[in-house]
Design a protein around this ligand. Sequence first.
Ligand code: 5GP
Length: 209
Amino acid sequence: MPERGLLIVFSGPSGVGKGTVRAAIFESSQHQFDYSVSMTTRQQRPGEVDGKDYFFTTREAFEEKIKSGQMLEYAEYVGNYYGTPLEYVNQTLDQGKDVFLEIEVQGALQVKEKVPDGVFIFLTPPDLDELRGRLSGRGTDSLAVINERMEKAREEIKLMSEYDYAVVNDEVHLAVERVKKIVEAEHFRVDRVIGRYQNMVDVAAHNIG
Ligand code: 5GP
């Protein structure tokens, strides 16, 4: 049986650029992991593809999946459900491949409870002024909504202590490289590989004896 893959949880406050960094990671020719497509009840945006960007579904169907234990995690964000279907994650990890989740902070904390040996990466803004600039730059939210999101971001940044790594998103290509290096290094951690070496030593001892 192959060694189980790593579960990489990529998260961070609203507006920090998680989606952009994630897309850049998956567009670059070399990435070592599979993306877990989330399920959501929000409206499909122009250009989004069902089954690629998200699995778009109804509230009823989503709630049914929660009830029957088919979601690894889920959260309600701005009036819509978002969640990670469990089956794909389990099957892919069992095949020995790494799985990459891009999710908001509440969902990430649920995964931490269930899969403590996941790799938890927090994407941070260079500073809060920059974050405010990005939220205003989207041009979609009123000042009141921006202030609300900033307050939420401040709360979320405090939760950074629950994560293993903080990656600053000063420039997208730099953030992408940092994430890739973290995943590469995680594969060399002794607690992840020691089982393999123990087997080797045991087989060698058996052959000698
Ligand atoms: P958007 O509507 O802009 O695509 O996503 C809104 C927020 O939901 C983003 O912060 C995104 O990271 C988060 N998100 C996307 N998929 C999931 C998921 O499966 N679970 C959780 N908890 N959050 C998600």
